[in-house]
Design a protein around this ligand. Structure first.
Ligand code: DQQ
Length: 540
């Protein structure tokens, strides 16, 4: 039963049923957040893709609207694929999206709201002379998709980029337009990185070097850095790079070429793909949406009648302390879901200890935690030069001198199922610390038709900082943010016992040589936004 399946989330965006993938054209308009998404109205697997549509006043509680665009034209009859919105200074709303034609050629199309006075933007008109762009010379017909939000050039033209590949090099093509109907191809590539393959869902936007606010997509200059993001079709992860945008040369230049797009940093080290940001002019912030797929079997998806959720919208900023990575953080509105909190202060967790935290329910949580290891242990430890990698080093059961320690979420009482989210501090022979941040799915479920990888990456920890962790738990999704969002990990887990009232939360310390002092605040989040079980409410 679709509605009663326990894996359904309470405060993450999901349609009522069927398959969903990429976020499309997010925007804020006349008091409403709009969210469009890749949707299969006919089943719980990818196919027959059209645009779903929902609106919200607070970007958390959603009202589902009719499909915004369906596959009713020759130029999108094989699918109304991913696209982006641009709000023009005069209030017009432009939607550019990829159509897969009747011959499976990828073309770009223009659509706009039928009635700009309708804040819900229910009806959409496809431009009668679509497509507005077809694959250019040298680009294969199936390698041309996902137009970005447009930004202004100093000349006053609108510029967009579209992902593609040339042999095995991922590339970003650039076009200028004044009316969104006719386009001029720039003879250069915004960026190209060998070996990265097809670039899907390119995103390109500025982040302020000084301000905590977000920047409109058209801003450029010394006060901003630019972010380029690509979704690698080959390895299904979203990679970003920080750099500068040279408008004259039409080039994105990565600050550090080793960390160019597709080879360096990732938005998220778990499941998170085809993401897209938008500038939220209501709250002056840049908000990121990412598609979180399933990690159970397709068979299970069909049985439960739905697949995929969206991440909690995340604010994206430059990390002013490191200058070399972004910070991602759940929008503040998610805190309005907090119903009841339990606080635990300075709990000392001994080496080898697992401590059950006395909270009422543990399936819908918002957790804020801080950890400190003993200074003495840190100085004294003889262990150095240990190699620890989240995905290959044995997960949370491999004990080291100074790690792992953290939380078990979605655990049952007898620990037959649990998902550790943890730090693993490693002291190098130079005395420097290295801190992998991981999420271990290997014991998350007794079911055997689910993926059980261990995710993670190193998180930058600066001198004097405590280790900090925020986790959102929502039935089958765990979104974790370390050090204020420097490193993020999203996982999907499918416990069979640790569900509803049986779910628990534990603190653990598997380090051998140090105590861990933990302080946490744990909120139970509002119940059942979508699930129509009384007293749950649905919609806005
Ligand atoms: N999903 C869309 C494409 C995009 C891909 C099709 C990324 O436009 O490249 O559903 O997940």
């Amino acid at each position: 039963n679709t509605m009663l399946s326990w894996q359904r989330t309470a405060f993450h965006f999901q349609p009522e049923k069927n398959w969903m993938n990429d976020p499309n054209g997010p925007l804020y308009y006349k008091g409403w957040y709009h969210f469009f998404y890749q949707y299969n109205p006919n089943g719980a697997v990818w196919g027959d893709i059209v645009w779903g549509h929902a609106v919200s006043r607070d970007i958390i509680h959603w009202l589902h609207l009719p499909l915004a665009m369906v596959a009713d034209q020759w130029y999108d009859s094989n699918g109304v694929w991913t696209g982006s919105a641009t709000i023009l200074p005069d209030g017009q709303v432009i939607m550019l999206y990829t159509g897969s034609t009747n011959e499976s050629v990828q073309v770009q199309n223009l659509a706009y709201p039928a009635d700009l006075n309708d804040p819900l933007l229910v009806d959409w008109i496809k431009y009668p002379s679509n497509p507005v762009l077809v694959p250019p010379k040298g680009i294969l017909p199936k390698d041309f998709r996902d137009p970005t939000t447009a930004w202004l050039t100093t000349e006053g033209k609108w510029r967009i980029t579209i992902g593609s590949k040339i042999n095995k090099t991922g590339v970003a093509l650039v076009y200028d337009t004044v009316d969104f109907k006719t386009y001029e191809r720039k003879d250069v590539l915004l960026n190209a990185v060998p070996g990265t393959g097809m670039w899907e869902c390119v995103d390109f936007f500025p982040v302020s070097k000084k301000s905590e606010n977000g920047s409109d997509t058209s801003i450029n200059g010394v006060e901003v850095k630019h972010v380029m993001k690509v979704s690698l079709d080959d390895d299904r992860h979203d990679y970003y790079s920080l750099g500068t945008y040279d408008e004259k040369k039409v080039k994105f230049i990565a600050d550090d070429f080793k960390n160019d797009v597709g080879v360096g940093l990732r938005y998220d080290y778990g499941i998170f793909y085809a993401s897209k940001t938008f500038y939220d002019q209501k709250k002056n912030r840049r908000v990121l949406w990412g598609w979180i797929g399933e990690s159970d079997s397709e068979y299970a998806d069909v049985a439960k009648g739905w697949a995929s959720v969206q991440s909690i919208p995340r604010i994206v900023k430059l990390d002013k302390k490191t200058g070399s990575n972004l910070l991602q953080w759940p929008v503040a509105e998610v805190e309005s879901l907090r119903l009841k909190s339990d606080e635990f202060k300075n709990l000392k967790v001994k080496p080898g200890a697992v401590v059950s935290l006395d909270i009422e329910t543990a399936t819908q949580l918002d957790i804020d935690a801080e950890f400190e290891i003993d200074k003495e242990a840190l100085e004294k430890t003889a262990q150095s030069n240990v190699e620890y990698e989240c995905s290959t080093s044995g997960g949370a059961s491999r004990r080291g001198a100074l790690g792992p320690f953290g939380l078990y979420v979605l655990a049952d009482k007898g620990l037959s199922e649990y998902t550790p989210v943890y730090f693993y501090v490693v002291k190098g022979s130079n005395g420097k610390l290295n801190t992998p941040f991981c999420s271990d799915q290997s014991r998350s479920s007794l079911a055997n038709d689910v993926h059980k990888q261990i995710y993670g990456s190193v998180v930058p920890v600066l001198e004097g900082e405590k280790l900090s962790l925020r986790i959102l738990v929502d039935h089958s999704i765990v979104e974790s943010f370390a050090q204020g969002g420097r490193t993020c990990i999203t996982s999907r887990v499918y416990p069979t016992r640790a569900i509803y009232g049986a779910a628990r939360l534990f603190l653990f310390n598997h380090a051998i040589e140090t105590n861990v002092t933990a302080s946490l605040k744990v909120w139970a989040n509002e119940f059942c936004i979508y699930t129509p079980i009384p007293p749950c409410s649905k919609g806005v």
